[in-house]
Design a protein around this ligand. Structure first.
Ligand code: ARG
Length: 249
């Protein structure tokens, strides 16, 4: 009997300790306020809608970072070309959207350390034999997504008829309907659409590699430091590897 009482009191003590720890966590979250995250949930597997909820690699990634920072993460879904304006006007604190850290964008915002490497690829109908690499796009009708790096790459190419779409899926549908000859899109998302839509394939040629990073306002250098430290931490403790595994293997 005595033993049981002793065991029970030890257990209660442990419980009180844990509960206390939880309270501290909560207090920390409240103190700093939520971290508002801008994204564009039309970019699987990085961000997409599942039963009306924004999910994906980037969401798990930023939630893990939010946990490190002791801040609640609130995701705001908007059009891709509206993301950097929303950041500048403080509607969101950061942008996590499979966004490539381009030199052009770096004039306006800062980027965290890169977290994913990708490149532009060409999606064509399975039956296509004439488009193998980017040079073959000359004289062709090519779908890109407004403001994506693929838009920039293709728009710089001479003699290409560029068709701009608001979402990647719209470009894929145009390709399936024979309204365009090819779609230029980020590799991982392109893989995703090719796997899920019959009759499409990737052309052999690949574009230059680009690095995805989190965008932060220029004057928010403390937040940028905190985010970079948090990325180091989740890379070191295996959390980041688990998220990679979940979405890419
Ligand atoms: N990596 C490309 C870019 O930065 C495409 C990103 C699209 N992301 C999205 N969530 N829609 O332009």
């Amino acid at each position: 009997m005595k033993k049981i009482v002793k065991l029970l009191s030890v257990l209660m003590l442990m419980f009180a300790f844990v509960a206390c720890g939880d309270k501290k966590e909560e207090a920390k979250v409240e103190e700093k306020g939520p971290l508002y995250v801008g994204t564009n949930a039309e970019f699987p597997p990085f961000e997409y809608l599942e039963e009306g909820k924004v999910v994906g690699f980037d969401i798990d990634f930023i939630n893990a970072i939010g946990k490190e920072l002791g801040r609640e993460v609130v995701v705001k879904d908007m059009s891709f070309d509206g993301l950097l304006p929303a950041l500048q006007t403080k509607k969101v604190d950061i942008v996590v959207a499979g966004m490539t850290a381009t030199e052009e964008r770096q004039k306006a915002v800062n980027f965290s350390q890169p977290y994913y490497m990708a490149n532009q690829v060409i999606i064509v109908p399975e039956s296509n034999t004439t488009i193998t690499n980017f040079d073959d796009l000359a004289g062709k009708k090519v779908a890109v997504m407004l403001g994506f790096t693929g838009d920039v790459v293709v728009s710089e190419m001479p003699n290409v008829q560029v068709e701009r779409f608001n979402a990647a899926y719209a470009g894929i549908m145009a390709l399936q309907a024979g309204k365009v000859d090819a779609v230029v899109l980020d590799s991982e998302t392109a893989n995703n659409y090719v796997a899920q839509n019959k009759g499409l394939k990737l052309a052999e040629g690949q574009g230059e590699s680009e690095a995805y990073a989190i965008a932060v306002r220029k004057d928010d250098s403390q937040l940028l430091d905190e985010i970079n430290t948090a990325i180091d931490k989740i890379k070191a403790d295996g959390t980041f590897g688990e998220i990679i595994e979940k979405y890419f293997n």
